[in-house]
Design a protein around this ligand. Structure first.
Ligand SMILES: [Fe+2]
Length: 483
């Protein structure tokens, strides 16, 4: 008999690459479970929902598989008055619905050659990011596409929208919500001129601003930042190889002779109002937070450290390969850009820890925040070995936790403020954790003021939750699907 903790760890066999087996193996049922076993106590001043997106292919892939291909599935933990309900559900994307009718996977993927294919080459899987906006949860995809709206509690897909205005594809993963004004800022990117677009959606979900952003060529940006008055867009030296693109393949190149550039545009600025600042070449997955200090824009981020040869030179091929395979070697970094003088400065905040997938109190998005909660990262693809809290003013590590870095896999944690929050870190840190040694899946809840004490509550899940991507927290007061 199968252990209830152990679903089929290679449901599609072993011929589609390593990202579909073991801790990455998808689940095939949608559940709604309450009264799960708890060690410790679920806090009663924690009301809202933790949502985590990730790839979970429903059908056997047509060819080689990359995690960006898999159908998006949300796993959630809904907290109400000290009780927890776990749910999981696929995002009903166009691709998911097409496959549902056919009873099989009908798309090729990122790893496939797309030349001459008249059938659907790739699906917008909406599997990368999830964020609360205008009362709903919004699921997005890393290569840009539609925005899918979900009921944050039932996880039902309640609509979708194409926010592109020609040219464009829609919205990339990692839009940013200003929780004070309710506006959501986003970027879009594509492989033809002008290569990027930037937009603002108001608190009701209406597109109110959209401008083209001219880049020197195709780029693969991943995130953006906002302050109270500006948005920060990324032009990094990582792009699709043009020759491969013409042949219908996705091959990425890192070019160490190009600088990284960050463009500051007023929230409702025109294309020609953007001011670019140049920094050392790097890739950058995730921004922690940004804010204004006088004339300066401050951006704290996780800087991907380019792979170097023995002579200290950046190895472009190895760097591109590592990024393509979702390996990460990142350090907490601070960028400063002076809008008045044009001066800029960058510094490593902590060289010791390879950390990524940052969370913080998103009520402070665009305003100064002092605390961030990241995952310790094994350079191996998507293996997050534990949680770590930082003071992002100083770069100091303020404590960490892992049940066992060699065999535990954590999801992106998210900070959830306590209902009666008094201080910035007064609240909880929530994540899923799979212990591969004893084959146990838990939801863990930490006191964010001292994560080194370990979880204040551990909820045992009846099945493994595959490794995924991004998470968010929506307070009870932010949930309203009638908007
Ligand atoms: Fe991301």
């Amino acid at each position: 008999m199968n252990s209830p903790f152990n679903h089929d760890k290679a449901p599609f066999g072993n011929s589609h690459g390593p990202m579909l087996t073991g801790v990455f193996a998808p689940v095939f049922t949608e559940e709604c479970l309450s009264n799960l076993p708890v060690k410790g106590k679920i806090p009663t001043d924690l009301n809202g929902v933790y949502l985590r997106n990730g790839p979970n292919p429903r059908f056997k892939p047509k060819g080689s598989y990359h995690p960006f291909d898999g159908d998006g599935m949300i796993h959630s933990a809904y907290f109400k008055n000290g009780k927890l309900t776990y749910r999981n559900k696929w995002v009903r994307t166009e691709g998911w619905l097409q496959n549902d009718k056919l009873g099989k996977e009908s798309h090729w993927g990122i790893m496939s050659s797309l030349k001459g294919r008249k059938d659907r080459p790739m699906a917008d899987a909406a599997n990368t990011d999830v964020i609360g906006h205008a009362g709903k949860a919004v699921a997005t995809w890393y290569l840009s596409g539609k925005s899918y709206f979900l009921d944050p509690i039932t996880l039902d897909t309640v609509g979708s929208k194409d926010y592109s205005r020609a040219p464009g594809q829609g919205m990339s993963a990692h839009p940013k919500v200003d929780e004070i004004t309710g506006e959501m800022m986003f970027f879009d990117y594509f492989d033809y001129s002008p290569f990027m677009a930037y937009g603002v959606i108001d608190k009701e979900g209406k597109l109110v601003h959209h401008v083209p952003i001219e880049l020197p060529g195709n780029r693969l940006p991943h995130d953006m930042g906002i302050t109270q008055n500006y948005s920060i867009l990324h032009d990094l030296p990582l792009y699709h190889d043009e020759e491969a693109l013409a042949a219908g393949r996705h091959k990425i190149r890192f070019n160490a002779s190009m600088n990284s550039r960050f463009g500051i545009i007023p929230r409702f600025g025109k294309s020609n109002e953007i001011k670019w600042f140049e920094f050392t070449p790097c890739f950058l997955y995730h921004v922690v937070n940004c804010w204004e200090e006088g004339d300066e824009i401050v951006m704290t981020a996780c800087r991907f450290m380019p792979t170097k040869d023995i002579n200290g030179e950046i190895n472009e091929v190895k760097t591109a390969k590592m990024i393509a395979h979702l390996g990460m070697d990142s350090r907490l970094w601070r960028y400063r850009m002076n809008l008045k003088t044009g001066d800029c400065h960058e510094e490593c905040l902590n060289s010791e820890y390879n950390c990524e997938f940052p969370s913080y109190d998103t009520q402070l998005t665009g305003r100064h925040s002092k605390y961030a909660y990241l995952v310790d990262h094994n350079p191996k693809a998507l293996h997050w070995t534990g949680l770590r809290k930082f003071n992002t003013d100083t770069g100091e590590s303020l404590g960490s936790w892992s049940d066992g870095p060699d065999f535990c896999w954590y999801s992106e944690p998210w900070f959830a403020p306590a209902d009666n929050q008094l201080l910035e870190d007064h609240g909880y840190l929530i994540c899923f954790m799979w212990n591969d040694k004893i084959q146990i899946q838990e939801l863990q809840i930490f006191d964010a003021q001292n994560i080194s004490l370990g979880p204040v509550a551990r909820v045992t899940m009846p099945h493994a939750i595959p490794v995924g991507f991004h998470a968010c927290w929506m307070k009870a007061s932010q949930i309203n699907i009638t908007k």
